[in-house]
Design a protein. Structure first.
Length: 397
């Protein structure tokens, strides 16, 4: 049996000091030192084997954080682990206390194709850290070989234009990770945010909808619609890549910041549809009369096809197993929700008798989260505005 952990960590704008990433936003050397230390402490606490990071502006800054986590971890090992001369040195309790450094681990970084490199106009990428290394070279998915064209129809069936997506707002990083005697395909994503997309007229300095002193509720709603459409289109691109891996027989894990909850449309696109209870009740696609329904044999085949291509939220499996519905990774304006997910293919689902592994536990690191609306919980811009999540897995031999 091979045990491992896989985690997702939105770090919130990791970049070196005195570098303007968004307009008028940067870290002083003191602020950067605090952020680096906080992130390193989080990595030390998580001690995860595979981590997907979001909002990485600079690979060097991430490597510095990892090095600091190793320094903290090795210092802790010296303090808490008994020496080899002790007869109880191999007790489980001390193994759990020990930190495994990332020496020799592989790091893949996917810079954002929309990043101009200019002060105030930077755009973040994503990264994957793996203690197991990678099989082959990780793949960056952002500029599409062919633009995604989504044709639209009105209620009469006539054409109503189309939505075109030639490039994702942020890259998707795809890596094949060897774990035990298996290779797992890991996707790390950061879908389009919920912030509205507003169009700046030619010659103007800003979009009219961004002027809150002349609040335009309808225009801002349209901006939210644009964001949602982009996020769903990006989710479909990811879904296409997932299904290709599943069709090839590869176990899949998808993690990252989905920027919506598990039951939102984007998440449903990524995970795949829930199988219908009984397709034998359903009219066939080519029905000629009332009784023309799918057969019992077709019901089994259809259900199997849906399940084989469906992903399951590790959070939902944890709730089902522990009966504890208390997970959240974001807090804003009094609303607590999970925007960050780890999804597992049917290869890890407890109902699959042929599964190759199981999730034993699910950890959430969210004690640093506040929504900034309460005096007793002030907002700290240097910590992440996301909680970290980690699935504890084991593979069957």
């Amino acid at each position: 049996m091979t045990r491992f952990t896989i985690a997702s960590f939105n770090v919130k704008n990791l970049i070196g000091p005195d570098k303007e990433f968004y307009e008028f936003q940067s870290y002083t050397p003191e602020e950067y030192a605090w952020k680096e230390d906080w992130m390193a402490q989080q990595l030390f606490s998580m001690d995860a084997d595979i981590i997907g990071f979001q909002e990485i502006f600079e690979e060097d800054a991430l490597r510095n954080v990892i090095a600091e986590a190793d320094r903290i971890g090795l210092e802790s090992n010296d303090a808490v682990l008994p020496s080899k001369s002790k007869s109880y040195r191999k007790k489980a309790i001390f193994r759990k206390l020990g930190y495994t450094p990332y020496t020799g681990a592989a790091l893949a970084f996917a810079p954002n194709a929309n990043d101009t490199g200019l002060p105030g106009q930077r755009r973040p990428g994503v990264a994957i850290l793996s203690r197991f290394g990678f099989v082959g070279t990780p793949e960056i998915i952002q500029d599409l070989d062919e633009p995604l064209d989504i044709p639209l129809r009105d209620l009469t069936g006539d054409g109503a234009g189309r939505y075109r997506l030639p490039r994702l707002s942020r890259p998707i990083l795809k890596a094949r990770v060897p774990v035990g005697n298996r290779t797992i395909t890991v996707f790390n994503c950061h879908l389009k945010s919920k912030l509205g997309e507003f169009i700046t007229p030619e010659g103007a300095d800003y979009a009219p909808e961004s002027d809150l002193t002349n609040y335009d509720p309808v225009g801002r709603a349209l901006g939210s619609l644009r964001s949602a459409l982009r996020r769903m289109a990006e989710a479909w691109v990811l879904r296409r890549e997932i299904v290709a891996e599943l069709d090839a027989g590869h176990p899949v894990m998808v993690l990252g910041d989905f920027n919506d909850g598990e039951h939102a449309v984007s998440s449903e696109i990524i995970s795949g549809e829930q199988p219908f209870r009984n397709y034998s009740w359903m009219l066939r696609h080519d029905a000629k009369d009332y009784n023309d329904r799918y057969s019992k044999e077709e019901n089994v085949a259809i259900t199997s096809a849906v399940i084989a291509n469906r992903l399951t939220s590790a959070e939902r499996l944890f709730v089902r197993k522990s009966l504890r519905d208390m997970v959240y990774t974001a807090a804003f304006g009094g609303v607590y929700e999970s925007l960050d997910e780890i999804y597992l293919s049917h290869h890890f689902h407890p109902d699959n008798e042929a599964r190759i592994g199981d999730m034993e536990y699910f950890s959430v690191f969210n004690d640093h989260l506040t929504d900034g609306s309460h005096a007793e919980a002030p907002y700290n811009k240097l910590a992440s505005d996301h909680g970290q999540i980690m699935a504890h897995m084991h593979l069957r031999d």
